[in-house]
Design a protein around this ligand. Structure first.
Ligand code: HEC
Length: 93
């Protein structure tokens, strides 16, 4: 029974974890192309400092409005979501 439960949990959790890794990998590429130049490889550099682990709303707001010296980016919602997933992973190590 315990074994069955473990198998069931794995069957449900593994694809979700794989999907999470995929989206974060996509976010890493998007971050490198668009954001790394100013926010640095650890996302803690530059004028604002740490941008890891911010909410989707906060990151979307910054990307769409271009605060201060930051340009506006024509990124889709999926792309911003991927960047946020990557930034969350950076924070958790
Ligand atoms: C040309 C440099 C530059 C680039 C490229 C850039 N940023 Fe920024 N970003 C800034 C600056 C400067 C600020 C601070 C603006 C201010 O408030 O004066 C900022 C602010 C932010 C904030 C707001 C943080 C907060 O606490 O409200 C977020 C989130 C952010 N950037 C995310 C991104 C993401 C995601 C990308 C890539 C899509 C990106 N930035 C690309 C320079 C940049």
């Amino acid at each position: 029974m315990r074994r069955l439960l473990a198998t069931l949990i794995l069957a449900i959790a593994a694809p979700a974890a794989a999907q999470g890794a995929d989206i974060a990998a996509r976010g890493a590429a998007l971050y490198a192309d668009n954001c790394l130049e100013c926010h640095g490889p650890t996302a803690t550099e530059g004028e604002v400092g740490d941008i890891r682990g911010l909410s989707l709303g906060t990151v979307t707001g910054a990307v769409r409005s271009g605060p201060g010296m930051m340009p506006v980016f024509a990124l889709g919602e999926d792309e911003i979501r991927a960047i946020v997933a990557y930034l969350g992973r950076l924070r958790s190590g």
